[in-house]
Write a protein that binds this ligand. Structure first.
Ligand SMILES: C[S@@+](CC[C@H](N)C(=O)[O-])C[C@H]1O[C@@H](n2cnc3c(N)ncnc32)[C@H](O)[C@@H]1O
Length: 284
């Protein structure tokens, strides 16, 4: 079963999602790239200026840890990055609240704000709950700029809600997983094996920055068992929800854009997703 909820993630989480109710969060938020991303199925704005959400997010972070908020403020380099990190702080504080003690956050980002997002997650989840980072090679091109290294990979950082989360990943790997390949920790090295989407890939729905279902299936199999709940608070075209549904997990998708939810809904009800039941009543 899938729920789709429209709105800013921090607000929707606060209003709609119960404490300690989610087994896994995957989030592929805007990366703070200061550009508008456009595709034929929608667009989203990744340019940042101070907003009420930035202010609320910084306040939530300060409530969680005043020292941590001061540390993050010291590494935030510019006005747009402070605005962006405020919004991300508001979301990630809420994500920690909704995760079960055994649950895990998988946060997907690139180099643009990667260092700051790691500090933010260390502050909110505790550095001792950092489980590791995966590298995913998202394109095989990218060497067109002589002033910097070609940017061909993203990073996915994994954090446990508590120490029990690491134990659960191990249990999934040893007890719940595929006896040959293994799930959980045994499933892959810190290099996620899933091919990037090609420009004419059949899977593409035209939503910008769409990720491959195979990547999400890898992560979901490592962190959950059938019947568990996956939440994606910035779900875009719903790739994580499609993967969760195929693997018989329940899922909740949130996005601030109606275009994103329309694309996600079309995928979830389409022939490529075996969908046992779909809760249309929850679509905002
Ligand atoms: C990188 S895209 C996600 C792409 C997605 N993983 C996919 O495969 O289609 C980021 C998404 O975050 C959404 N977004 C941006 N700010 C948000 C916020 N405050 N709350 C919820 N969603 C937000 C955007 O509308 C966009 O759809």
């Amino acid at each position: 079963m899938t729920r789709l909820l429209l709105g800013a993630a921090a607000d929707v989480l606060r209003r709609e999602i119960a404490t300690a109710s989610v087994d896994m969060v995957y989030s592929d938020p805007p990366f703070g790239n200061e550009q508008i991303w456009t595709g034929k199925a929608g667009s989203f704005d990744d340019r940042w200026e101070w907003s009420a959400a930035s202010s609320t997010g910084w306040a939530a972070l300060k409530d969680h840890s005043a020292a941590g908020a001061a540390l993050l403020a010291a590494v935030a380099r510019s006005a747009p990055s402070r605005a962006y990190l405020g919004v991300m702080a508001g979301i990630i504080v809420e994500l920690r609240r909704v995760l079960k003690l055994t649950g895990t956050l998988w946060l997907h980002f690139d180099d643009t704000m990667g260092a700051e997002l790691r500090v933010l997650c260390d502050v909110i989840f505790g550095a001792g709950n950092a489980i590791g980072t995966l590298v995913w090679v998202r394109t095989l091109g990218g060497h067109g700029n002589s002033k910097r290294f070609g940017r061909v990979h993203d990073t996915i950082a994994c954090y446990g809600r508590s120490r029990a989360a690491k134990w659960r990943l191990w249990r999934i790997g040893t007890l719940g997983g595929d006896p040959i390949t293994g799930d959980g920790f045994g499933r892959f090295d810190d290099f996620a094996i899933a091919a990037p989407l090609g420009p004419t890939d059949k899977e593409r729905v035209g939503y910008p920055t769409q990720k491959p279902v195979a990547l999400l299936e890898e992560l979901i199999r490592a962190a959950t068992l059938p019947g568990n709940v996956l939440l994606d608070p910035t779900c875009g075209s719903g790739t994580a929800l499609v993967a969760a549904t195929r693997l018989q997990r329940k899922s909740i998708g949130i996005d601030i854009s109606q275009d994103a939810l329309t694309a996600a809904q079309a995928r979830l009800t389409g022939p490529a997703t075996a969908q046992p039941s779909f809760d249309f009543g929850e679509v905002a």
